[in-house]
Design a binder for this molecule. Structure first.
Ligand code: PLP
Length: 528
């Protein structure tokens, strides 16, 4: 063995780490803390703690790789004593920043297994009934079921069988990605290739790209521009139909006009629809109408449902996400609302696109890699990475452990919390806070501190925006420094704001509302 391996010290290290991780998970009071239990002291103080804390000094003052390794015990010491305590728990029930989710116990334990077995999920081998290969299919079937998307996917089917099943009717497949950013990049790559073949009669994967595709979108997530940039489509080719989103009836008409105008100008149109705008949770009004516009104009339809797609897990919210099945392809997130560990996203696509569109773009053939002629397509040939983490195991574990009802409960409880926060600000403490949307459709609340009469009297413009920005940043800082809950900043319709996204499996109105309410009341009442 090239490296020292001592069974006894390995077991001791496992025991120590397990104990500390258990504490962190078991103790809800700890999990609720949104600030690190023990921040690193500023580096300038290191000299002062030198006599009492040699471990910390060593950690901070020895940059670069040690010539001789310090050993497992020493590494675990530093991890447990200094590093882990300085990492905040964004997996806790009161972390409302971004849309972060958390990790359910079943997914967490499965993820540990994934690291131990370290299986490369690059290939698919159902013939050998390899456990990981079966789980990849089973879990993707579960994901499609969870989102109520039609599929004919079942175990151990041959490529030929798939082709037969997929001849007509709606039939979806899914694969894992590193997250919704990657899924959006895939959606845009697949959409562009599809438009090349079906609208322009050119195979971009072979010939290269001619710059003739525009992306028409609404309320898009920042990663849509990022994807356009990565793929060489260009950020300036992303046309956002309405800054305000399509929450107002009639915007579908504007949308249709933009698509038609681009077609008249000789462009091919890739429609990138947001299901769940990231600041507000707002959905398009009428996806069926937009899907018709796409069909009539030979446009490709991708839906970014990173977190919004989870509306389909509850009969109370599924109406928001109607029409999803009209898409050619779909983005969904795993590490957000499914509450599995990072990194995990899903790319969902019509099965007939697999051979005709995905493979030409993503296939990666090399002499030492088996081809997929005779069986299901290898993940490496239809996704970005060759080597891949076995991401589908935590997905399988959590869906198996908690089922459809478990996820319905998480989604509904998170939305109930968001509604509670929204109603409180809108109806009870509108003297302190202003909610910036007409409604709270799902799990997100966007709000600001109520304007002072002076701010209200200021003319709109640079000076007012700066004053609002400063005030917002100060309030947010005060709120987050309490450690009671964590929120993140945003700008909504030009106004600096604060955003709460409730997406953790442990958040409940019972345990997490009252302390957060009291804290919000107190922080907004402070006259700065
Ligand atoms: C979070 C999010 C993304 C980006 O997802 P990552 O998983 O962070 O890569 C894309 N679109 C929407 C709507 C999102 O909410």
């Amino acid at each position: 063995m090239a490296l020292p391996f001592d069974n006894t010290s390995f077991h001791a290290a496992i025991a120590r780490i397990t104990l500390q991780m258990e504490k962190r998970l078991d103790n809800l009071e700890t999990a609720r803390q949104t600030l690190p239990p023990q921040p690193f002291p500023p580096t300038k103080k290191v000299a002062e703690c030198a006599p009492t804390d040699p471990g910390l000094v060593e950690l901070l003052l020895s940059p670069g790789i040690p010539q001789e390794g310090k050993g497992l015990d020493k590494a675990v010491d530093l991890l447990l004593q200094y590093i882990v305590p300085a990492i905040a728990d964004s997996a806790g029930p009161r972390y409302f920043g971004l849309v972060t989710g958390g990790a359910t116990p079943a997914s967490l334990l499965a993820d540990w297994i994934v690291s131990v077995v370290d299986q490369n999920a690059i290939l698919h081998s159902p013939r050998a009934m390899s456990g990981y290969s079966v789980i990849m299919d089973l879990s993707m079937r579960m994901v499609l079921d969870l989102f109520e998307l039609p599929t004919t996917l079942h175990l151990a089917e041959s490529a030929q069988h798939r082709a037969l099943q997929a001849s007509d009717g709606i039939d979806f497949r899914a694969l894992t990605t590193t997250g919704s950013t990657a899924s959006n990049v895939m959606g845009m790559a697949v959409g562009r290739q599809w438009l090349g073949i079906h609208d322009r009669k050119v195979d971009y994967s072979q010939e290269g790209y001619d710059g003739q595709v525009v992306v028409v979108t609404n309320m898009a997530h920042a990663t849509v521009w990022k994807a356009a940039s990565i793929l060489g489509i260009g950020r300036k080719q992303v046309i956002e139909v309405s800054e305000m989103g399509m929450d107002v009836g009639g915007n579908e008409t504007i949308f249709e006009n933009v698509v038609k105008e681009q077609k008249r100008a000789g462009k091919s149109v890739l429609v990138f629809l947001s299901f769940g705008e990231v600041n507000t949770g707002i959905f398009p009004m009428n996806t069926y109408r937009i899907a018709n516009v796409c069909e009539n104009n030979n446009a490709y339809l991708h839906i970014d449902g990173a977190f919004g797609i989870y509306a389909r897990c509850s009969p109370d919210y599924s109406h928001l996400a109607r029409g999803l099945e009209k898409a050619h392809s779909i983005t969904a997130c795993g590490h957000k609302w499914l509450n599995v560990p990072y990194d995990c996203g899903f790319f969902i696509y019509r099965s007939h696109l697999e051979k005709s569109i995905l493979e030409p773009i993503f296939s990666s053939s090399a002499a030492y890699l088996p081809s997929s002629e005779s069986g299901p397509t290898h993940p490496m040939n239809i996704s970005i990475e060759n080597s891949q983490r076995f991401r589908s195991l935590p997905v399988w574990a959590t869906l198996y452990a908690y089922g459809r009802n478990g996820y319905q409960k998480i989604i509904e409880e998170n939305c109930r919390y968001a509604k509670k926060l929204y109603d409180w600000m809108k109806y009870e403490r509108s003297d302190l806070y202003t909610v910036l949307t007409e409604q709270c459709p799902l799990n997100i609340v966007v709000f600001a501190q109520k304007l002072t009469p002076e701010l209200e009297a200021m003319p709109e413009g640079e000076a007012q925006t700066q004053a609002l920005s400063k005030r917002n940043a100060e309030l947010l800082k005060r709120i987050n420094e309490t450690g009671v809950a964590y929120f993140s900043p945003t700008v909504w319709k030009g106004r600096p704001a604060i955003r709460a996204a409730i997406s953790n499996w442990r958040t409940t109105v019972e345990a997490d509302w009252e302390p957060v309410r009291a804290m919000l009341e107190q922080q907004a009442s402070i006259v700065a």
